[in-house]
Every structure is written in C-alpha cells, then in structure tokens.
Design a protein around this ligand. Structure first.
Ligand SMILES: [Fe+2]
Ligand SMILES: [Fe+2]
Length: 474
C-alpha cells in the first residue's frame, strides 16, 4: 500500500514526505473502509456511480467526474491555499499572525472542536445508509452517494488534523470517530440531531437543506479560526457542502412542485385525495420542515454561552464572514436576548456580545434558510395557491438554550404544556404521516424515470441529461 499512497490518497499536504503521518493514516485507512462496508450505504458498493472526486483544490481539479465504485473512492486530503501573512481576525489576539501549530493552552479545546465537527460527518452517512433502496430516481441515488462519499472525505479531513497536529490523543480520537455510531444506545454520536434516523427521502432532503446548512455555518465559523490548518481545511470543505444543500433545496422544491401538479389535476388540496394519488400534501411537508429546522437550530448551542465567548476571545472559532462585522473584538458590546419570563411571556436581557456568538451565528443561519423558502413559495405563487411554507419561530420545540422545553406554538408564542400536547399533531409529523411518507418510498432504478411523488430536476449533473445512466448496477 505504501508505494502508491500518493495515488490512493490525493492530497496537497505533502503526505509523501511525511512518514509518520503516512504510517498513522495507513493504520487508520483499513478501519475506515471496514466502517464504510459495515455502516456506509447498504448494498450498492459494487455499483459504478457517476461521482465527482476532488483531486486538487484548483477550479479544474476539485470536481473531477467519473464512474467509481464507492469503496474505491479516493478520499483525499485537501486544504485551501495558504494565505500570505494571514492574521488573527477576531478576539483578544486580533491582528497577530495566525498559528501553524496548536498552542498548548488551546490544545484540548481545539481537539474537542475538531472531534465534534468530525463526528457529524460519518454520523450522517450512518443515518442515510438504507436510503439507496428507496431512491426516487438514478439521479437522486447518485446525489445521495455523492453526499455520502464527501461526508466520508470530511471525516478524513478532520482525521488528518487529529493525526497531524494532536499526537497520540489525536490518533485515539480518530479511532473513536469510527466507534461511536448514530443512534447507538451505548456509544451514540455526540450531537442529538445526528442520532435521528433518516429513513425516508423527504427527511433526507430536509436534512441536507437544514442540517447540512448548519454544517455550512459551523465550517464558516471554523474557517475563521486562528489555527490556520483548521481554517484552510474547513474552507475547502465548504466547496463540497454547497452541493449537499443544493440536493436538499431542489429536492424539497421538486416535492412541492409535484404536489402542486396533482392538486391542479384533481382540483383539490384534500389530504386524503392527494395521498390516494400518491403525493405528499403540503401540511405534511410543513411538519417535516418544522421538525428538521427546530432540531438543526439546537446544533448551534446555547444562546448565552461562556464556551462560545471563550472560543471567540481566544480566536478559536468565530463568526461566519467575520470581515463583514465592524467590531472584531467585541469586548465592550452587548446583545439583547429574548428569554422566557417563566410566566408565559417574553423578557429581554442584555448579555455580552461574546457570550451571544452562538445566537448571532444562528440568526445568520435562519436568514440563509429563508432563501429556500422564498424559492419554494414561488412555485406556489406561480400556481396561484395562497398556501405558503414558513419557518417556525426559533423558540419552537427547542431542546437546547433558554427556550429548551418551553412549549410554544410555531409562531413562538409560549403556550401551556397541555395546549402543546393537544396540538402537536398539527405541527409535527405524526406516526400516520411518517407511515404514509414511508409507503410512497419505493426505489425507481430505470434511467430517466421518477417516483410519482417528486418532479424531475430541472437539469442533470455536470451538464449530463436527466436520463443519464448515473449508476451502473453490476
Ligand atoms: Fe460534511
Ligand atoms: Fe454535508
């Protein structure tokens, strides 16, 4: 294996000239493949999939398309180009040179941040492992596998950092990334959203829209880090992440489009009639959206957080697009939080801006989520329907932060627990809704054919036609 290691792991980190690192990764690679075979996509490992592979970071090489069997995918290690004289962009060390090595005093915190990010990558592959069997088309099946192999590469990216910069503890953490499993009772994944099963494609699209978008904001925050190798790694991961969110965005849009078509055909929005016709009614789509949006909001952490404040102060993890802010130090500034007043109302509290970084990032995330809503609602508007999809309030159904376990309606108005229990079936998927959605999930594996509950995409992948043979079964 050693001889062709450069070929097997395309990289721009000089792997060939670093024997220690090479040995560590050689040891880890079979364990990764073992994990892929056991917990990666079930049953399609012999098929040839039309996938893009990153073989360099420049515009020509980062998306090279070809047929690949997934276990042969070349999970490479790429860092975005190093910037000359990059400086710490925020916090107490603002303006000092960034770090090429891990400062001793931040070692365990940085390791924790990398492990937490790394843990989500294989978790999502595990969550999605059975979806291939019910793919609505070859196009969608390819997209699923593209997302899966790239999450695998993102795991490699974090494992590279652990191996290259954190010595023995890093190697141990890299092993544990393959030992925790999504939904495992004894060794679950670190963050709860990544232990939720994704057993239908509506959930998959919601996950790639809302949860991969959380990933985008986490990566953007880490791309600001003063630990330069982490910043550069995350910067490159973001180029791949965009496609994952595209899959969610267009996926939800196509489901809505198809439902509208059938609403028109039948001249009704009656749930029973639409379900009889095999499409997913809009209120059910809204309930899935409420579920995944609220779950993803929790991933940003508490709204008032001393951890977030110290990450910011120390320059470890910042705000996305830091350059857009005026004050990069935020030592004096404050932020007004809206908190439950314990009497069924809302009160305001001013907290130091640094403690509110999670909330600031969450707000930027919510604004980004709204863009997709506008696109989906355009389908409804163009078809002449008054119905609109909406994002629930960030206070709705939270399990992390000040609003954790405070019952509210989707508009964010605090309500009694009795009212929440009585009405939650209007707001969140019921077991009936889930059973119905599952019942329409059947694999469609003929070229150019689409399942009846989803419209075809507007165009194919990499300028290929929609009916391209995206997967060759063997
Ligand atoms: Fe990822
Ligand atoms: Fe992703």
């Amino acid at each position: 294996m050693e001889s062709n290691y450069q070929d097997r792991i395309p990289n721009n980190v000089g792997l060939g000239s670093n024997r220690t690192l090479q040995r560590a990764l050689e040891h880890w690679q079979p364990e990764f493949l073992n994990w892929w075979h056991g917990l990666g996509p079930s049953d399609f490992n012999a098929s040839s999939v039309y996938l893009r592979t990153a073989i360099s970071v420049d515009t020509k090489g980062w998306a090279t398309f070809d047929y690949v069997r997934m276990p042969d995918y070349r999970w490479g290690i790429f860092l975005a180009q190093q910037e000359d004289d990059r400086r710490v962009g925020f916090g107490d060390h603002f303006g000092q040179p960034v770090w090429q090595q891990v400062p001793g005093e931040h070692r365990s915190t940085l390791r924790r941040l990398i492990v937490t990010q790394g843990d989500t990558e294989p978790a999502s592959v595990e969550q999605q492992r059975l979806l291939g069997h019910t793919a609505p088309s070859l196009y969608d099946l390819r997209n699923l596998f593209q997302v899966n192999v790239e999450e695998g590469r993102h795991l490699w990216a974090m494992v590279y950092l652990l191996h290259a910069y954190f010595g023995r503890d890093g190697r141990e953490e890299a092993e544990e990334l393959l030992e925790r499993h999504s939904g495992d009772a004894d060794k679950p994944r670190i963050l709860s959203t990544f232990n939720e099963p994704i057993s239908d494609w509506l959930s998959f699209y919601m996950f790639t829209y809302f949860t991969d978008r959380d990933g985008k904001f986490q990566l953007k925050s880490l791309a600001e880090s003063s630990f330069d190798p982490l910043a550069r790694t995350c910067k490159f991961m973001l180029t791949e992440e965009a496609h994952h969110m595209f899959v969610g965005d267009t996926g939800i849009g196509r489901v809505i489009k198809r439902t509208i078509e059938v609403m028109k055909e039948l001249g009704t929005d009656d749930q029973i009639a639409l379900r009889k016709a095999g499409v997913i009614d809009l209120p059910t789509i809204q309930k899935y959206l409420n579920f995944w949006f609220s779950s993803s909001l929790d991933l940003f952490g508490g709204d008032s957080s001393s951890n977030a404040a110290s990450y910011f102060a120390n320059g470890l993890k910042g705000r996305p697009d830091e350059i857009k802010y005026e004050d990069h130090i935020e030592a004096e500034s404050s932020y007004t939080l809206e908190l439950p007043d314990g009497k069924g109302g809302i009160r305001e509290e001013r907290i130091p801006m640094r403690n509110a970084v999670n909330e600031v990032v969450r707000e930027a995330y919510v604004r980004d989520c709204e863009k997709g809503m506008a696109r989906w609602n355009r389908h409804l508007e163009e078809a002449g329907y008054p119905h609109r999809m909406t994002l629930p309030s960030t206070r709705f159904r939270r399990t992390v932060g000040s609003w954790a376990n405070v019952p509210t309606n989707p508009e964010g108005k605090p309500i009694s627990a009795e009212e929440f229990n009585a009405r939650q079936d209007e707001w969140l998927p019921t077991s009936d809704d889930r059973a119905y959605v599952h019942s329409v999930m059947r694999g469609v594996f003929e070229r150019g054919k689409m399942a009846g509950w989803i419209a075809p995409p507007e165009r194919g992948i990499n300028t290929q036609p929609i009916d391209f043979e995206y997967i060759k079964f063997h």
